[in-house]
Design a protein around this ligand. Structure first.
Ligand code: AHR
Length: 662
């Protein structure tokens, strides 16, 4: 922060220009009415990437989260997996068997020993991530099996307490003394809660006093865009609804590794899942890495997001490598880039093709490390950054490189032109609002990314909390500041994105869920992100007003079809905002408000935005802003509306009459 403060002081002293003329920052305005006139011309371009998302596996956001696979501990990964999530069924003994690895990557399997008195169908259950979501849908199930068996296997979805069977599916299996893969699909009815388990049962009579081994059990509900090894459709759709334009991945802390050896390693996250060893993550639980490098990129492709890939830069929590010690890892980054960008006949590009993606991935942004101003990274970052920058830029000059800090003292003294600086901040509400004008005096030649930000009320006693309307309003104020400066703030992402309620170690997140039906719960901040991201201008417009910023904040913009005015009232009094947008007649007003500390809690959505149609022959709109309220007004000019409706009528007429003419 010291470096940032110095830099800001220098920038301010240099009298660098603010953004949009006719506006000023001043003390809070006490009048109850604010009048804003949007100037339809002038202003500055807004980054098309401004609103995106940041993802790393934390709070079980990946495994047990957005990734579709529902069974836990399926590869016995991580430091101390034990029999987490497994239970025996019938007269059998289950154990993790290190002597029978499923593959070179999956070092063990589950041994099921049939006891002498066993009768009927026996086997094991997996209780998933705090239960298995059981929906009325079709599931894909896959497992590896070793041991002599020829007969029926029954797969079930069962209520753990109730014993109620929602799905029961028989398949014929022939298994030998080598691990073989088995797959099937089955339909299920829906459970009314999340307290469910998946079961695999076999006929004990066919294995008298014997053992069978099972490995890498997998259960998928429908996936987003029906991708194999894909994202959960319901969870991913919730993300897609934010309309994000970039994805920063795979971390965050989870890129770095608690130790150098447990860093996120791209090459261990590709190819068949049975070849991915997984790792103990930075958030103290195992990652299967089934959500791997290619899956992140399919995710980007399916949601039309620009990938922002972070590469490991020598810093882990357990040690830092630099100089010649770092060189092999720099070489590895180039291998990763050949995998992503190389032709399909190159060494690593051919591996990509083999893994299902012939064309290179469109990777245009790479971040070098994560938060190198922290955890001991600062001193060596200038050299590590330069070493990696030179290597990547030498081979891929068109890639935009991002430094993982904005702190001057942690950056090279003469950074290369075009590098984007990433700055992260989690703040209490007032502090976030105080940063409203943070970027107003940012030199326009030095682009920035806010790779992580959010309101975090660190005074919560239990450490687990949800955004309140107060917090979300402070984020809206801050985002108005970001948007006003979106010529130079290229990208910004709230973080973290999501949590599984049963495994929260960091909160708040934008949304969360668990294994029970309809558990997807947006925080109030989710709606602010959605409202701001779904309504974007390409140009930020000047606004004429006598009012000062605070408690009401605003930003106006336009795109090809609409004028957009975003408002936040960071105060306990109601405010009336008169907005004039010349030559507009109609549109939509979306508002979010609630009491200061109103929150959405798991399974309890109390606060939602509401929207209504607005009309005005003169382009005048009166917006009543509740205390701590957030609003987005999107209006169109009569000409635009006419243009659209005429276009629609012509297209409709062509559809109707063309077939008759042909
Ligand atoms: O978003 C949570 C954590 O906050 C990220 O992993 C890290 O980059 C930041 O410190």
């Amino acid at each position: 922060m010291k470096g940032l403060a110095t830099w800001l002081a220098v920038a301010l002293a240099a009298g660098l220009p603010g953004l949009v003329s006719g506006e000023r920052l001043a003390k809070r305005d006490s009048s109850s009415t604010v009048t804003l006139t949007v100037n339809p011309s002038g202003g500055n371009a807004s980054s098309p990437l401004l609103y995106g998302i940041m993802f790393e596996d934390m709070d079980h956001s990946g495994d047990g989260g957005i990734h579709g696979q529902l069974l836990q501990n399926n590869g016995f990964q991580g430091d101390n997996p034990g029999l987490t999530a497994y239970e025996s069924i019938g007269d059998v003994t289950i154990a993790q068997d290190m002597d029978h690895p499923v593959s070179d990557a999956i070092h063990s399997s589950l041994q099921v020993a049939v006891n002498a008195n066993a009768t009927g169908f026996v086997g094991f259950a997996n209780t998933g991530y705090d239960g298995v979501p059981v929906m009325k849908t079709t599931y894909l199930c896959e497992f590896w099996m070793l041991g002599n068996y020829s007969g029926n296997i029954t797969l079930q979805l069962v209520g753990s307490s109730s014993g109620k069977v929602y799905a029961s599916h028989n398949m014929t299996v022939v298994s030998s003394e080598e691990f073989t893969n088995h797959q099937t699909t089955f339909n299920s009815s829906a459970s009314s809660d999340g307290n469910n388990e998946w079961r695999l049962l076999f006929d004990s009579a066919l294995v008298p006093n014997g053992t069978l081994n099972f490995g890498l059990v997998q259960l998928f509900p429908p996936t987003f865009n029906t991708r194999s090894n894909g994202l959960r459709e319901d969870v991913a759709t919730f993300v897609d609804d934010i309309k994000p334009s970039f994805l920063r991945f795979p971390g965050g802390n989870n890129l770095e590794g608690l130790q150098i050896d447990t860093r996120w390693q791209w090459n261990l996250t590709i190819g068949p899942v049975v070849d991915r060893p997984g790792r103990e993550s930075d958030w103290f639980y195992p990652n299967t890495d089934a959500l791997g490098l290619d899956e992140y990129l399919w995710w980007c492709e399916d949601m039309n997001m620009e990938p922002v890939l972070a590469v490991w830069d020598g810093k882990s929590y357990g040690g830092i490598l630099s100089g010649t010690d770092l060189q092999p890892y720099v070489d590895d980054i180039l291998n990763e880039l050949e995998y992503l960008l190389g032709p399909s006949n190159s060494t690593y590009g051919s591996l990509r093709a083999q893994n299902g993606r012939k064309d290179p991935w469109p990777v245009n942004y790479i971040e070098i490390g994560n938060e190198d101003d922290l955890t001991g990274g600062c001193d060596t970052y200038p050299d590590r950054f330069t070493q990696i920058y030179d290597a990547i830029n030498g081979s891929y000059p068109n890639i935009t490189l991002i430094a993982s800090t904005i702190t001057e003292s942690c950056l090279p003294s003469d950074p290369p032109a075009g590098v984007v600086y990433d700055y992260h901040y989690y703040r209490e509400p007032d502090a976030l609002v105080a940063m409203f004008n943070l970027w107003d005096n940012q030199p326009r030649s030095q682009p920035v990314m806010v790779g992580e930000y959010g309101c975090r009320n660190t005074s919560a006693t239990d450490g687990v909390f949800w955004s309140s309307i107060l917090c979300s309003c402070s984020e809206a104020v801050h985002m108005i500041g970001l948007e006003r400066n979106s010529d130079v703030v290229r990208m910004a992402a709230y973080a973290p994105l999501l949590q599984h309620f049963g495994y929260t170690s960091w909160s708040p997140t934008l949304f969360g869920f668990d294994s029970s039906p309809d558990s997807l719960t947006p925080g109030t901040s989710y709606y602010v992100q959605q409202m701001f991201s779904a309504n974007r201008g390409t140009t930020i417009l000047p606004v004429d007003t006598d009012a000062d910023f605070g408690p009401v904040y605003w930003v106006a913009s336009k795109n090809n079809t609409a004028y957009i005015v975003k408002l936040a009232n960071y105060g306990a009094e109601k405010k009336t905002v008169h907005v004039n947008v010349p030559n507009t007649t109609t549109g939509v007003l979306e508002r979010l408000s609630g009491s200061e500390y109103a929150t959405n809690q798991p399974h309890e959505i109390k606060v939602r935005p509401n929207s209504k149609t607005v009309t005005s022959s003169q382009g005048n709109y009166t917006i009543h802003m509740d205390p701590w309220g957030v609003a987005v007004l999107s209006v169109t000019s009569g000409a635009t509306a006419l243009h659209f409706s005429l276009g629609a009528i012509i297209a409709w007429q062509i559809c109707i009459f063309l077939p008759q003419l042909l």
